[in-house]
Design a binder for this molecule. Structure first.
Ligand SMILES: Nc1ncnc2c1ncn2[C@@H]1O[C@H](COP(=O)(O)OP(=O)(O)OP(=O)(O)O)[C@@H](O)[C@H]1O
Ligand SMILES: [Mg+2]
Length: 325
């Protein structure tokens, strides 16, 4: 059975203009620079990479919160690359986002009932139906009737994230960009929220893009994972393949930083230390963007930027030396 593609990006770019000093030339920060990927209906696509590699920008561009600089973007086969606001109306509710910091995403002057009502009022949902829907959503995210009349500051971080999730669900989306939704939460709460997201996914047939630093959590929830480095994907594989046989030196470095519970396996896994810092997306290195930090880099790597190629079925990597390292 072939999988239904929900979102597809071809060579997608998102650049931010940066004004030159004292009227100097405008330069461009290449936050997303040539991403090609597909997200299948019903899956959780994990997105990992260091801070500043472009995870949030990619997610926001995919749901057209940002305008697209270059490349192509499709939603269920419809080209939405440059769709106008009016044309995006029909897709807007289908694609939602959950933020790392729910506090900044919730209006502090509104109580939960008002927060959850607002998108439904926009949709023209009648008062009676609204009430019913909100009640239903509140139950779904594990909150109580009394909570409706409280304000965001009266909740814990985990509860606020539940409100953020309920808000995203009011408009019955198909796709949710989960932008590090548990990173700011207590470790004890993280698993609860992840489990809830999984339950909601199964119940409502949702598709997620899940951005995170925490590779171990992403492995647990994702069907496939993309590893991002300086605005582009460097490796894409099923969750299992990525962990069992990582091909890109950057992925290997990220994985070797995860503590392994089993000391025996721990000894077997070669540690690769990631030296230096992520270069600025204003000054992207020539050749492979990872070369300046890569212990395997050759002359070719410094000159020629590798393209993504499928080394094994469904396992893509952008590295000249992936076979030999
Ligand atoms: N609105 C913006 N205007 C200008 N530059 C931006 C904007 N948003 C992000 N950037 C820059 O784009 C690059 C990618 O940022 P982004 O927030 O997408 O990374 P990230 O992978 O989500 O990082 P983190 O893990 O810290 O959330 C960074 O260099 C960032 O400074
Ligand atoms: Mg981010």
């Amino acid at each position: 059975m072939s999988k239904e593609v929900l979102i597809s990006a071809e060579n997608l770019q998102k650049y931010f203009p940066v004004k030159g000093f004292l009227g100097g030339k405008t330069r461009y920060l290449k936050a997303v620079d040539g991403v090609t990927m597909e997200i299948f209906k019903g899956e959780t696509f994990g997105l990992v990479g260091e801070s500043g590699c472009g995870k949030s920008t990619l997610g926001r561009t995919l749901i057209r919160m940002y305008d697209v600089t270059g490349g192509k973007l499709f939603y269920k086969g419809t080209d939405i690359t440059h769709a106008s606001q009016k044309e995006m109306q029909q897709f807007k509710n289908k694609m939602q986002i959950i933020f790392q910091d729910p506090y900044s995403a919730l209006n502090p002057f509104w109580n939960v009932e008002e927060i959850l009502s607002e998108p439904l009022i926009q949709l023209g949902t009648a008062a009676g139906e609204r009430k019913e829907k909100i009640q239903h959503l509140l139950n779904k995210v594990g909150m109580k009737q009394d909570d409706l009349y409280k304000f965001p500051h009266e909740f814990s971080g985990g509860q606020r994230q539940r409100i953020g999730i309920a808000r995203a669900l009011t408009v019955e989306p198909e796709f949710i960009m989960c932008d590090e939704p548990i990173a700011a939460l207590d470790v004890s709460i993280q698993a609860q929220v992840v489990n809830m997201l999984e339950d909601l996914q199964n119940e409502m047939g949702l598709t997620y893009l899940f951005a995170a630093h925490d590779l171990s959590m992403v492995k647990y929830i994702s069907s496939r994972i993309g590893v991002m480095y300086l605005g582009n994907l460097v490796e894409l594989a099923s969750s299992k393949d990525l962990y069992d046989k990582p091909l890109h030196p950057y992925t290997k470095a990220l994985l070797s930083a995860i503590p392994i519970a089993d000391p025996k396996t721990g000894r077997e896994r070669k540690r690769i230390k990631l030296e230096g810092e992520l270069p600025s997306p204003m000054d992207v290195p020539k050749g492979c963007h990872f070369a300046p930090r890569c212990v395997y880099a050759t002359e070719r790597c410094k000159e020629e930027n590798p393209v993504m190629r499928e080394l094994e079925t469904g396992h893509m990597v952008a590295c000249h030396n992936a076979e030999s390292i």
